[in-house]
Design a protein around this ligand. Sequence first.
Ligand code: SF4
Length: 262
Amino acid sequence: MKNPKTKSVAAPAVRDGSNARPRPRPVRPYGYSRAEVDEIFRRFSMQRPEPKGELEHSNAFTLLVAVVLSAQATDAGVNKATRGLFAAADTPEKMAALGEERVGAFIRTIGLWRGKARNVIALSEALIRDHGGEVPDSRDELVKLPGVGRKTANVVLNSVFGQPTMAVDTHILRLGNRLLLAPGKTPEQVEAGLVRIIPPRYMRHAHHWLILHGRYVCKARKPDCPRCVIADLCKSPEKWSSIPAPLVPIAPEIDAASSQEP
Ligand code: SF4
């Protein structure tokens, strides 16, 4: 007898013996239907229609430098240091002319500042030498720059060039696993899972939505489920409330004002 609780996972491939192709299987990441994933990101898009990264920058180069400086540092701490640095140098040419010692003096309040100052000068020189002073729009080229890893490259490709990349930081790694949206041991596994399931029209901002959700609601120590707009959809074993919070737009300034957590 058929168990009434058993859900069919996917439509079987239909073949009629002719040239018919099997139907594509719907994406069902760990029990989420495609409609549920779509609804999760629709709500994030309503909540933060134009999310902004919290690292202050004025062009592709200053974003690249800010992301390099942000490793093991808070965005607020990086912003404090880069206001002076970027006022003095907002292009690779000006940065290279500034020199390692003066860059170091601007960023001394950030962890690992000596190595970061060295990398900022080396990457500025590499941009001048190999890319005509422009930030390249390819991951392969970006990760060749000193101090630039896959995560930094993905942030730049997404924020500057609008590419559908997913930079997996500590918040996104946690959310991919906790929500069972894209479980994985490594950032690369979670990145691949998220890129596979997130509807393309939401890829541009998905990175920011997930980071902000992880930073302010689905926090590391304990998720704040009563404040969560996707509480009814979430399939996390750690969820402790299923009533979704009201879907109210949040202004970027409100996020920025509370951006003290790493
Ligand atoms: S319901 Fe709770 S566990 Fe699920 S995403 Fe929201 S805050 Fe995180």
